[in-house]
Design a protein around this ligand. Structure first.
Ligand SMILES: N[C@@H](CCC(=O)N[C@@H](CS)C(=O)NCC(=O)O)C(=O)O
Length: 215
């Protein structure tokens, strides 16, 4: 029995918050959500009350604090093994962990140039070579996974790997970064989930604006 409270940032902008939120929502894992907006350019001092890093997401479970999206997802997977948050097959699970770790530690050019911004109307963005390289690498990952495991999600059913790449798919759509049909069908699978639709509906209603993400 858990007592999960997930602290998140603005739904419109907080890509790291989306990851555990969408996985736990999609897998019907019970949690309370506490949204604390980052409205200040230098960070919100209120984060100090719940976050050892001054960042979100953070998961509390009773006396336990778990920070960092991937650690939260791992903890949720351990608490709820029956929810199959990672693929059941060991090799597939290893690959899912590899691409999740690659996302977690990489793609800085893409993340810097194309921040998640769900209320932004889609418009093609010219990107530099480093961003283009990130896009090509992500498309290679998605193509391989969807071809190998048959879709509609990266490893068949929804897993943590999809949670890790969901904000990337949002960015690809907002900045029109690819015409790849596989990316389009993967985006359709993600946006077809009730979890994505709930998050996005709440994101676009938010009125907080982060100017640096609106360039
Ligand atoms: N590695 C962390 C990154 C967390 C992170 O950068 N969160 C951003 C929001 S998406 C944040 O809290 N930024 C506030 C700040 O830096 O002041 C994770 O995976 O959770």
């Amino acid at each position: 029995m858990t007592d999960f409270e997930l602290f998140i940032g603005n739904k419109n902008y907080s890509s790291w918050s989306l990851r555990p939120w969408i996985a736990m929502t999609q897998k019907s894992i019970p949690f309370r959500e506490t949204l604390v907006p980052f409205e200040f350019e230098k960070g919100n001092p209120a984060f100090a009350e719940f976050s050892p890093t001054m960042k979100v997401p953070v998961l509390k479970d009773g006396a336990l604090t778990v920070w960092d999206s991937l650690a939260i997802l791992e903890y949720a997977a351990e608490c709820y093994p029956e929810k199959i948050l990672w693929p059941e097959d060991r090799s597939a699970r290893a690959e899912a962990r590899a691409i999740s770790a690659e996302m977690h530690s990489g793609f800085a050019p893409l993340r810097g140039a194309c921040p998640m911004n769900m209320h932004r109307p889609p418009e093609k963005r010219a990107v530099n070579d480093a961003v283009r390289k990130d896009v090509e690498r992500i498309l290679a990952i998605w193509n391989r996974c969807l071809d190998t495991f048959g879709g509609p999600f990266l490893f068949g059913d929804f897993t943590i790997a999809d949670a890790m790449y969901a904000p990337v798919s949002s960015r690809f759509a907002t900045y029109m970064l690819t015409d790849d049909p596989v990316a389009r069908s993967y985006h359709a699978a993600l946006t077809g989930t009730k979890a994505w639709q709930t998050w996005e509906a709440e994101a676009v209603k938010e009125t907080w604006i982060i100017p640096s993400s609106e360039d």
